[in-house]
Design a binder for this molecule. Structure first.
Ligand SMILES: C[S@@+](CC[C@H](N)C(=O)[O-])C[C@H]1O[C@@H](n2cnc3c(N)ncnc32)[C@H](O)[C@@H]1O
Length: 295
């Protein structure tokens, strides 16, 4: 099951081993779930109450295998449908360029919907990029009550993507939900201090700036998360080496780096972390939910 922390998602093809490591040492996924449960669920309920048709349409862009939030959204939609006793059905359009991830999602969603028949759900699976989907659906008039990007907007043209959604794909009264890294995230701070490792990272600022430039109403919420860096300071730790390689984008960084540069990098992370009550050395970031509304 793959879900990368937000700053890791800005890498074009995050490495599975690193993604798994971050799942163990970072609390980011819990923060994502908190934003979906506490913020998105209320808005979905309101949007469903205003729904004139009987189908609640959701577009999930860069859904991965669905574990990052899609199944949580299914549950939320199911719960308010059951609570309201409305005969609402859910139509879910998933877009993902990684065929294996989408196949995994489809299998899990098939079994989810057969176990949750109180919600009449139907799915469409698009294997390919968002850009290909945009081209192929140019004349499609389907409108969605929710369009979401759960840590998936990082490699897209933010302005083109959001404008197309607002203009052509989002229903009136609907919302776009973007989970993105906060501008003050650990990797960005590190790159700012070490320009030689630099990679531009899309953050909530980029989404907010498109929304305000276009005069759209939006909200922004943040939930903190932490990453346990303890292993990175242990020379013999395999996890620690992997983490160091990831931050510096250098294979076997501990062995190949100049001693003085390695010391500098270690010193940086010592300063950008602190020892928590459980004795682990942690660095901190925030996940942002930028929510854009269409009236
Ligand atoms: C960090 S993962 C997040 C996956 C999922 N939303 C989650 O939270 O677990 C980003 C996903 O977006 C997909 N992705 C990135 N750029 C994409 C694009 N242009 N079109 C379609 N999928 C894209 C990647 O393949 C990857 O599965």
């Amino acid at each position: 099951m793959f879900s990368a922390p937000s700053f890791l998602a800005s890498y074009p093809q995050p490495h599975k081993k690193i993604s798994d490591l971050f799942r163990r040492i970072s609390t980011e996924r819990q923060s994502n779930y908190k934003l979906i449960t506490e913020k998105l669920s209320v808005l979905l309920k309101n949007a469903a109450e205003k729904l004139k048709k009987d189908s609640f349409n959701i577009l999930s862009v860069g859904c991965g295998n669905g574990a990052g939030g899609d199944f949580l959204i299914f549950e939320i939609v199911k719960n308010f449908v059951v609570a309201s006793r409305k005969k609402t059905s859910m139509f879910y359009q998933a877009i993902e360029e990684d065929a294996a991830e989408l196949r995994f999602f489809k299998e899990s969603a098939d079994s989810w919907s057969s176990e949750n028949r109180q919600l009449n759900s139907s799915f469409r699976w698009f294997v390919g990029s968002w850009q290909e989907f945009q081209t192929e659906t140019k004349s499609d008039s389907t409108k969605f009550q929710l369009i979401h990007f759960i840590h998936s907007i990082y490699n897209m043209d933010v302005e083109n993507t959001l404008c197309d959604c607002i203009k052509n794909k989002l229903a009136k009264g609907g919302l776009i939900f973007c989970l993105v890294a906060d501008p003050d995230n650990p990797l960005k701070r590190f790159y700012e201090a070490h320009p030689s490792f630099h990679t531009p990272i899309i953050s909530s600022e980029d989404v907010v700036s498109v929304a305000s430039k276009n005069g759209w109403k939006y909200d922004c919420f943040q939930v903190p998360y932490q990453i346990d860096l303890t292993e990175m300071f242990k020379e013999s730790s395999a996890d620690g080496k992997l983490l160091m390689d990831f931050f510096t984008k250098t294979k076997e960084y501990r062995s190949v780096a100049e001693k003085s540069e390695l010391e500098q990098v270690e010193k940086y992370w010592l300063n950008d972390s602190k020892v928590a009550d459980d004795g682990k050395r942690k660095t901190f970031g925030k996940v942002c939910a930028v929510i854009i509304y269409k009236f």
